[in-house]
Design a protein. Structure first.
Lengths: 495, 152
């Protein structure tokens, strides 16, 4: 990996590379600060515009938007008590009370420094952990890869918000959608019903944008209109003094570790990390009584953990081709659109690209500090923008982005239908992340299952002769059983 | 009978019916395969079987749950928006990006409570106009134009 660093740095420090990093981080901070847009919608909106870029620039732009949006979410959490992204919800608990006291600048200062440190440490973890995991995964054949993808799917649906059944159902719908079009082994068309536009399958991007971005517009339209949010007094970010960190470094370190560990686990997500870290910070803090009233440790716990998740989530994504959440699933889709096959061989086959991504991710987190300080003031008035302007722009940008992918009118129709279906399913508590992850992982799942069965003469139980596959299958079963056991225990406790 | 008219039950019934219809469509098809894992329908049938099973369980869950689901604030607003987006995505390549986007903005902005004619008009012209100027004439990445003029 290190031998490819010079080439990677040459890519990063080209004019295009620098512009992509700066522009992406700015865009991420601004989009993340807008309540309700969130990291997934931000990444989905930007994705189509990456298609005209080179591989490394495209992925770096999405990474910059991702990392920037996670930080940007803290701006609205602190200034208007509305998290821009779900992962910043825990930041509201202490950030807004601190802002109400007249210390909005200082609250954002704590959030900025904690975010940058969380992100930087997670970048280091990514650089060191991903290549080792990828090297181990090189031993995987079709059977082990099938078991690995199955594990990824079960982990993701087992931690789906709400009902496990609905999470699994969404995953199945996603996998089914990935089977439409040409069969991967004998090439015959399936589920096309003489519609020639379906011969190449559903456009993943049209579905992603439909179910995340467009359905969000419908969700907003179905809710009661909200007025313009009131801003607290804010005159720019104030960084906390070094002496103020005394006694807080332990909490910071613990939050970063929690964020990284949770980030690596597929499907857990930054919001969970932020709340677990906040709860742990509160439990172990000498100022636990002050939590919820504007305690800096509360902001640090939440922001360090949610930014540390970003790098952690990229470890299984880059090393194994298993997306940790909807955002990393969208990133894997981008790799596919750029002709790169995600999976265990990704690091081995694209060392320069991966080195550029890792080094770029480190730089993005460094950029968060100056850009965060500068943009917080600019982003604050945007928080008062009326929802209608934002929603109209989202619909127009979605259509524009989808048109640029292949210039195919059918993709626009797919996007519209996906938006309506996504809205209806979301209203029933069916999560959309497993659907997208199913669509991304479906083709590999099918191919490896069928290849494995053909190799083993149709004997499915022969799959478990491989020790790696056996261990992965057991872990998958445990991952599936855990939420059921938790539900049973909870109902017994309630009785 | 009343339970079957609730939105969650209707949607879950729809999901179950689609799963069943898709599964039925896999039967009776002939492919040039030698059976089992070679069959193009081998994997989809497994997935659709799980889909049907899970949709059935989700339907039972919905029937047993009596919690009232919050109704959309205004069904009319939502219906108009959905219709506008579906029409927009269908017509954009026929009547061009600019004209369709102007029309969409004129419908969507009032739905979200922005009704001042000047603000709506300026926004509806400025946003699509600036995007057309940027992409068609700045970046050289042409958006679909209308049958009336090559400019937009």
């Amino acid at each position: 990996m290190l031998s490819h660093l010079p080439d990677a740095l040459a890519l990063l420090f080209s004019l295009e590379g620098i512009l992509v990093l700066i522009f992406g981080t700015i865009l991420g901070i601004v989009l993340g600060a807008m309540p309700g847009i969130g990291s997934t919608v931000a990444v989905a909106i930007v994705l189509p515009f990456t298609l005209t870029m080179g591989q490394s620039s495209a992925i770096l732009l999405l990474l910059a938007v991702y990392a920037g949006s996670v930080y940007g979410g803290s701006i609205s959490a602190i200034l208007i008590n509305t998290p821009g992204t779900p992962q910043s919800a825990a930041t509201c608990l202490d950030g807004y009370p601190m802002a109400q006291r007249g210390d909005a600048g200082l609250a954002l200062g704590w959030a900025t420094v904690a975010s940058v440190i969380g992100g930087l440490v997670s970048a280091v973890v990514l650089v060191f952990a991903a290549p080792y995991l990828a090297a181990f995964a090189l031993n995987f054949g079709p059977i082990e890869t099938f078991a690995l993808i199955l594990l990824g799917m079960t982990c993701i649906v087992s931690v789906s918000t709400g009902s496990v059944i609905k999470g699994l159902l969404a995953g199945m719908i996603g996998i089914f959608l990935s089977t439409v079009g040409g069969d991967p082994i004998i090439g015959e068309f399936r589920f096309t019903y003489d519609i020639w536009q379906l011969y190449s399958g559903f456009n993943l991007l049209a579905v992603v944008i439909g179910v995340f971005a467009l359905s969000e517009v419908f969700v907003r339209a179905s809710a009661k209109p909200t007025g313009v949010s009131e801003l607290v007094d804010f005159r720019g970010v104030i960084l906390p003094k070094l002496s103020a960190w005394r006694g807080r470094l332990r909490n910071l370190g613990k939050s970063v570790v929690i964020g990284n560990v949770i980030g690596v686990l597929p499907g857990t997500g930054a919001a969970t990390a932020a709340f677990i870290s906040y709860a742990e910070g509160r439990r172990s803090s000498p100022n636990k009584e002050a939590f919820g009233t504007g305690e800096p440790d509360g902001i640090v716990s939440s922001e360090a953990a949610n930014n540390a998740v970003t790098g952690g989530a990229l470890v299984p994504t880059m090393a194994l081709g298993i997306p940790g959440d909807a955002i990393t699933a969208v990133m894997l889709a981008t790799l596919t659109l750029h002709g790169i096959t995600p999976g265990p061989r990704l690091v081995e086959e694209n060392p320069t690209l991966i080195a550029a991504i890792f080094a770029g991710f480190f730089l993005i987190n460094l950029l968060l500090l100056p850009l965060g300080l500068l943009l917080s003031r600019v982003a604050a008035p945007i928080l008062r923008m009326r929802e209608g302007f934002m929603m109209t722009a989202i619909v127009i940008l979605c259509a524009l982005g989808i048109y640029f992918v292949r210039g195919n009118p059918f993709d626009l129709i797919v996007m519209g239908v996906a938006g309506v279906v996504g809205f209806l399913l979301r209203r029933q508590g069916i999560p959309m992340a497993p659907l997208v992850i199913g669509m991304v992982l479906g083709p590999t799942l099918e191919l490896t299952l069928r290849q494995g069965l053909i190799l083993k003469d149709g004997n499915f139980f022969a799959f478990f002769e491989s020790p790696i596959a056996l261990v992965l299958a057991i872990v998958s079963l445990v991952a599936l059983a855990l939420p059921l056991v938790r539900a049973v225990l909870a109902s017994r406790a309630a009785q | 009978m009343g339970a079957f008219t609730r939105e969650p039950v209707l949607v879950q019934l729809g999901v179950l019916a689609i799963g069943c219809a898709l599964y039925l469509s896999t039967l009776g098809q002939t492919f040039s395969d030698v059976g089992s894992a070679h069959s193009p329908m081998f994997f989809p049938r497994i997935v659709l079987s799980l889909w049907i099973g899970l949709a059935g369980l989700a339907l039972v869950q919905s029937l047993r749950t009596t919690d009232g689901q919050s109704r959309p604030h205004s069904l009319l607003r939502l219906a108009i928006l959905v219709l506008a987006v579906v029409i927009y995505s269908n017509l954009i390549t026929t009547y061009g990006f600019f004209l369709c986007s102007v029309g969409l903005a004129l419908v969507v902005l009032p739905i979200f409570g922005i009704r001042h004619p000047a603000i709506v008009g300026v926004y509806a012209l400025a946003v699509p106009g600036s995007l057309v100027a940027l992409f068609n004439h700045g970046l050289g990445m042409p958006l679909p134009t209308s049958p009336f003029t090559y400019l937009f």
